[in-house]
Design a protein around this ligand. Sequence first.
Ligand SMILES: Cc1ncc(COP(=O)(O)O)c(C=O)c1O
Length: 345
Amino acid sequence: MIDLRSDTVTKPSDKMRAAMAQAEVGDDVFGDDPTVNRLQERAAEVFEKEAALWVPTGCMGNEIAVKVHTKPGQEIVTEDRGHILNYELGAAAVISGVTIRAVKSADGSGHLTWDEIEPALKIDPPYFQAATGLVCLENTHNFAGGSVMTAAACADVCERSHAVRLPVHMDGARIFNASVALGETVADLTRACDSVMFTLSKGLGAPAGSILLGTTEFIAESRIWRKRLGGGMRQLGILAAAGLIALDEGPERLHEDHANARALAEGLAEIKGIAIDFEKVVTNIVIFDISATGKTSAEIVAALKDSGILAIGFGNLIRMVTHLDVTSNEVGKTIQAISEICHQN
Ligand SMILES: Cc1ncc(COP(=O)(O)O)c(C=O)c1O
């Protein structure tokens, strides 16, 4: 199978498996797993933040951040297609008791500017309105097609949010992809953010785990919420050993995934009935519109599956994600298969 459903499907390398087998471990709920501690220290160093916390999933990292930054009854601002709003099963309402104010990015990039955020804010509102408690950003933006937010754009939103006493959380599940595409460090891309979550288990290749970053105080509070949510794990060093390799070596090869995504997008753009702006494919996510093919996305995805290719369809769109287990040769096969499927009557 050529699995383009997501970069979450990546399998740990032999080197990771060997490191996992030999990992030095301890009980992480007591804070004495040396491998987890090393991974957290290393992540904090790379992002130039005070402290870091291993969390089992990106969703848990995002939701802990929402919980720690807000009070029940407040509102948080996310972009309209953001992960926290659309793909975390209402967790912000369930866990934090907040509502979400969705804002559309006018240019379709998924990245909000201050001019778009500000009208949605309720700072010191009258008693019948929920006050805004948090601004959430996402870099890269998954459902805007892996689009990137520059360090300057992020800093601008953060500075202006801070000026009205609002914290900013960055869902940086794929922040290393943004870093590679932009040539800016992850520290610069998130410098003014109050908290950041990034994922080890997507393009970086670890089998599980994400990291939440912020001030020492924020991480101490997050640690309590991680335990409360059932995320206090024990001999976690087994997973952290893979995470250390993912963090140190994963980013080095992400440019290959970006080149494959670009080649895929260029190939798709040649197929009659498929609409895609390949200039906008800058990281590892390719989303294209199949409305003019005369087929539904479900039909195309099913036919692809019969050809040994997995993708995700939603509405008139299909999403494909390149990653370390997809070769350039497989990208060629995928283009060929879609071309044949779209031209069958
Ligand atoms: C932008 C973004 N944020 C958060 C997550 C959640 O990560 P996890 O699957 O580890 O919970 C994902 C997962 O695909 C994502 O794409």
